[in-house]
Design a protein around this ligand. Structure first.
Ligand code: GLU
Length: 511
């Protein structure tokens, strides 16, 4: 069947979006773009208990930062609006009742306390309670009570849920685009709640299937944690009579801890010093904060490139991909079945690659906000030039300030180690003489300064290292920094002379 590709990213706003979720969004997006299809963003917020204010805005901002564009959905609108499930709540009850009428679902009136008692009872016998075909005809359900009794209970306002009547001993055969053929016997499954009268809201399973159907979703690409729900979802499509347009499913492998065992968690990130969220997050409830790739100085292109390769491989040695290249190359067939181990160093490596390839103009735009935070107001060209000189030594955007701050702020104090080593003997006198050489230069370009100063050092028979490091002490205040003439040409003649004078006038040479 050839139908237009329509995929959806359907996060629940229960907290900051984990990078595993970003990867799910990314794979959906790549798939949609590659097939000229539509990418839909649906917010699945029917679980009011787990709703976290700010989470939806965080999701939207994360996707925007990553360059994952939404064609239809929350924040964009579209023919199937609204795309927030809480705003679609009237839709779902009718569908739940349709299943009750057709014998695929039933009312259940058990209270939470009754279910808890049952659970305990089973436990005391060393068994596990499951709400399924073994109990549903004995408990307070529309399968055991008379129609009148059911009506009476509903009319007097008793709380009820609608549960799916999972068939007994049936083999559900499913196909997954990544995992292949999967079979499950329904006797191992329980009767999931589809709808709750208490908050007049559907559960995830019902809302998800109804909306995927109504929104004409062609492919469901989501995390592996949803694979156990697939038999229920298949049966729901059958129960509604929607098999013909049931989407194809692809369940993505988990993102694993750097050590391999288990799912990548916030705690792993905290322990090993890397973010597991795209953006900085502060919990509105607890004030707890979490690191984000953006604020930690990563580029969205590098972050996306890294995520794309966590679970998908292009089949070649190529590692650097732009978004358009990823769109061209991505395929679900090359997504692995086994979990992808997250490697913090690799994330940094990707960022460094992108850093080294950035032009001064690109760096200027990115670096200006950091400079302004430090109270430095300079033209873009100057910001870009400083970053450009040091980019080869930078990994993260946030590294740039430490690497370049001396360009903007003259040293006041001098690194002790360098002072001990160079601010002694003939060096102060040589620096004074070098000052005059520099002062006499009309052309202060990098090449010309280098040529004149080198010739002068040779003529005088001075040690090149001694002179250069003494000059570095004056201009940088420390032993770090790029080539000396990058510094002189960046600072310009006047600033160089000023810094040299400051050292000469303020620091007594060591004995
Ligand atoms: N709301 C579910 C989640 O938070 C969506 C799962 C799915 O894509 O079906 O992950």
């Amino acid at each position: 069947m050839n139908r237009p590709v329509r995929v959806r990213f359907a996060p629940s706003p229960t907290g900051p979006l984990h990078i595993g979720g970003v990867r799910t969004a990314l794979y959906n997006y790549l798939f949609a773009r590659q097939h000229g299809g539509q990418m839909i963003l649906r917010i699945e917020d029917t679980d009011s208990q787990r709703f976290v204010p700010g989470a939806e805005a965080y999701i939207l901002e994360s996707l925007a930062w990553c360059g994952i564009e939404i064609d239809e959905g929350v924040g964009v609108g579209g023919p199937h609006a609204p795309y927030r499930q809480s705003e679609r709540r009237e839709i779902y009850l009718g569908y739940a009742l349709q299943l009750v009428d057709a014998g695929w679902a039933y009312y259940a009136f058990d209270s939470a306390a009754e279910l808890e008692t049952l659970r305990k009872e089973y436990e005391s016998r060393g068994e596990t309670f499951a709400y399924n075909y073994t109990v549903r005809e004995r408990l307070a359900t529309s399968l055991s009570l008379s129609a009148d009794e059911v009506k009476a209970r509903i009319d007097r306002g008793d709380q009820w849920v609608i549960r799916f009547k999972m068939p007994e001993n049936r083999l559900v055969e499913m196909d997954d685009l990544i995992r292949g053929h999967v079979e499950v016997n329904t006797s191992t499954l329980d009767d999931k709640v589809l709808y709750k009268s208490a908050d007049a809201l559907p559960t995830y399973h019902l809302a998800n299937i109804v909306d995927d159907h109504l929104m004409e979703i062609s492919h469901v690409i989501r995390g592996e944690e949803w694979l156990p729900s697939l038999p229920l979802h298949y049966l729901l499509y059958e129960a509604f009579g929607w098999q013909e347009t049931r989407p194809a499913f692809a369940h993505l492998p988990l993102l694993l801890k750097p050590t391999g065992g288990g799912k990548l968690s916030k705690r792993d990130g905290d322990k090993m010093g890397f973010p597991v969220f795209p953006l900085f997050w502060e919990s509105p409830a607890t004030g707890e904060t979490a690191h984000g790739y953006r604020e930690d100085g990563y580029f969205p292109e590098a972050f996306i490139n890294m995520l794309a390769l966590l679970g998908w491989n292009p089949g070649t040695e190529q590692e650097l991909f732009t978004m358009p290249e990823l769109i061209g190359r991505f395929s679900l067939e090359r997504v692995s079945k086994s979990g992808a181990r997250f490697q913090p160093d690799k994330a940094k490596w990707f960022n460094a690659q992108y850093m080294h390839h950035k032009t001064e103009a690109e760096l200027a735009v990115l670096y200006q906000p950091i400079l302004r935070e430090h109270g430095i107001e300079v033209p873009d060209a100057v910001a870009g030039h400083a970053a450009g000189i040091m980019k080869e030594r930078a990994t993260l955007l946030t590294d740039l300030w430490d690497l370049t701050s001396f360009f903007f702020i003259a040293p006041e104090v001098y690194e002790e180690k360098q002072v001990k080593k160079y601010w002694k003997g003939d060096n102060p006198a040589i620096l004074r003489a070098l000052r005059d050489v520099l002062a006499a230069l009309d052309d202060f370009s990098l090449e010309h300064t280098e040529q004149v100063v080198h010739a002068w050092i040779e003529e005088k028979g001075y040690g090149m290292g001694q002179v250069m490091n003494t000059l570095r002490l004056a201009l940088v205040g420390a032993g770090k920094g790029p080539g000396m003439y990058d510094v002189t040409s960046f600072l310009g003649k006047e600033e160089c002379l000023r810094r040299i004078d400051h050292l000469l006038n303020t620091l007594k040479p060591a004995e």
